[in-house]
Design a binder for this molecule. Sequence first.
Ligand code: NDP
Ligand code: 2IT
Length: 448
Amino acid sequence: MEANTVIQAVYEQVLARNPGEAEFQQAVKEVLDCLGPVLKKHPEYVEAKILDRIVEPERQIMFRVPWQDDKGNIHVNRGFRFEFNSALGPYKGGLRFHPTVSASILKFLGFEQVFKNALTTLPMGGGKGGSDFDPKGKSDNEVMRFCQSFMTELFRHIGPDTDVPAGDIGVGGREIGFMFGQYKRLRNEFTGVLTGKALNWGGSLIRPEATGYGCVYFAEEMLKTRGQSFEGKVCTVSGSGNVAQYTIEKLNQLGAKAVSLSDSNGTIYDPDGINTEKLAFILNLKNVKRGRIKEYSDKFGVEYLEGKRPWGIKCDCAFPSATQNEIDVEDAKTLLKNGCTLVAEGANMPSTPEAINQYITNKVLYGPAKAANAGGVATSGLEMSQNSARLSWTREEVDERLHNIMIAIHNQSYEAAEEYGQPGNLAMGANIAGFVKVADSMLDQGLV
Ligand code: NDP
Ligand code: 2IT
């Protein structure tokens, strides 16, 4: 069968089997659309039905999570883990706690994770999980009771050689701690079953910084291909959580000026730049006080754009670091009109397909999520290595490994794009490089 006919048939099967799951369908289409030339070159993938197999999670787990709030009221949330692909190693990927979490959201994230993890050069399969639980406005005790209940079911499905979850939206150091404690109690084992742990008990230096730092390292490689650096570049950043915070820290270190942050209520615009002192305020506001970004504008007297995202602000480089589909085609056109020449995705799937088209046709330096934000999971992989060896590396050692991994991901994506006839198209290059590694491993392992 002709490559495009195969791809179309697989896509139609995905639509039929996953009705109404718009985000999952979007993520699958974005990858499939890049694979035509690969199937032409590798008829063995078609023969072995690699595409049909790769779009179907190996295992899907869905469970009830009952918990009690501080007043004694009972709540029931839904818990999930999608164990997508284990061709390269144990399932690996974060847990998201957010009211919008659904099978569609977690399947899109799990699917993306498979190729992202392949690009990291480390031995990790792909998975994703989470819950529609909303940590906002909950006390520490409520979050702890929820995490304990969630792990009381999840523990039987995971393990350091089986499936190793980590953080994502709404899951940071606090939640990882509560879940690790419960896992240890249920199994009577101290193992590296979760990553993003605190430093005292098995965490890795640089893991908190890794996604943001990695995204900026990746963007720096893109700039280098045009003989440029970050010195003096004006950058917009969305979100104000883990990824946004450390993206700004690294941009500052490299001489750029980050001028925005946001949350789901609005955006702050600070034309003087979010310097070290202001960033320290954000870390305390978001990670300790768990407040809203508006408080930044009250404190530093800058503009607050209620209900708006940062894409109307003039910039050289944009770092979407909040959530999926946060840049639509109109936002992309506005970015281009204002002279933006680089988009590096800290968030997963932050750009709609039409926005991506704008970047590609206008030769924007575009770092797709599965390449640009892979530094987080890569450093989780480094945390797993340190746990297995029962030792910890210095900050400098982990940072250097992270930096080299981001350079390697850029090079693999760049080279695959050239090899398959679309030089400079890193979205295509990343999809192909990640896919080929997983597909070859699936072939090696027989019909599983
Ligand atoms: P956090 O929970 O630390 O922060 C999330 C930020 O995004 C908050 O500012 C939040 O605002 C905002 N946000 C979340 N959902 C929405 C929404 N629906 N609309 C508008 N704003 C929203 O998460 P992370 O920083 O860890 O994750 C951010 C993105 O990066 C996600 O796409 C995640 O998948 C991705 N990512 C994370 C990695 C990691 O290691 N943590 C690794 C790779 C990718 P509010 O407080 O109002 O909800
Ligand atoms: O999307 C992602 O890559 C993450 N949330 C990090 C996953 C991990 O296992 O560190």
